[in-house]
Design a binder for this molecule. Structure first.
Ligand SMILES: C[S@@+](CC[C@H](N)C(=O)[O-])C[C@H]1O[C@@H](n2cnc3c(N)ncnc32)[C@H](O)[C@@H]1O
Length: 158
């Protein structure tokens, strides 16, 4: 049995409002022209776009995200903002039961759900979050044949 996570398309607006300078101020001083940066979980690419400006034409930023409509939205927004040569690659990671450390690798999502932020911010109530952790861990231990981390990799030039 495999489980799939779906996200609401409206989330793109929240990510588009974010900027490198406002939301990742501590990163700004680390970025130098010419750097190659990997932005894991780039959302719609709002932060990646800020990084791209800082690393300049001799640098490179690669954003990866597993939510397809964030990638599509980012392509549309930043393509028309002057970024070019935008390419999207499938970069799914597949963990199978017979891989070493399968339980730890597939179990990553119950560790993510261990963050109380999810219920503190009102996405789900705390009892449901804890139940989800229990259900997921049981699934990984007893039933899971594989877990696919859906990843799209996006490359573009400014
Ligand atoms: C909190 S958001 C941050 C988005 C963006 N970096 C920002 O700061 O605005 C986390 C992002 O990670 C992505 N994500 C979650 N799990 C992922 C995975 N396994 N692989 C790639 N991206 C993932 C989500 O789709 C989401 O866009």
């Amino acid at each position: 049995m495999n489980k799939t996570i779906h996200r609401a398309p409206t989330t793109t607006r929240i990510f588009d409002d974010r900027t490198l300078e406002t939301d990742y101020a501590t990163l700004v001083s680390m970025l130098q022209p010419g750097m190659h940066v990997l932005d894991v979980g780039c959302g719609t690419g709002a932060i990646s776009a800020g990084i791209a400006k800082r690393v300049g034409g001799s640098g490179y930023v690669t954003g990866i995200d597993n939510t397809e409509h964030f990638i599509l939205s980012g392509k549309e927004t930043y393509g028309s903002a002057g970024f070019h040569s935008i390419e999207v690659f499938n970069a799914d990671e597949v963990y199978r039961r017979d891989n070493p450390n399968f339980t730890a690798r597939a179990g990553i999502w119950s560790k993510v759900a261990g963050l109380k932020q999810i219920s503190d911010e009102g996405w789900i109530d705390d009892a449901t979050r804890l139940q989800a952790i229990e259900d997921y861990d049981r699934w990984v231990d007893e039933e899971a044949e594989s877990m696919t981390m859906k990843l799209n990799e996006v490359r573009g030039r400014s």
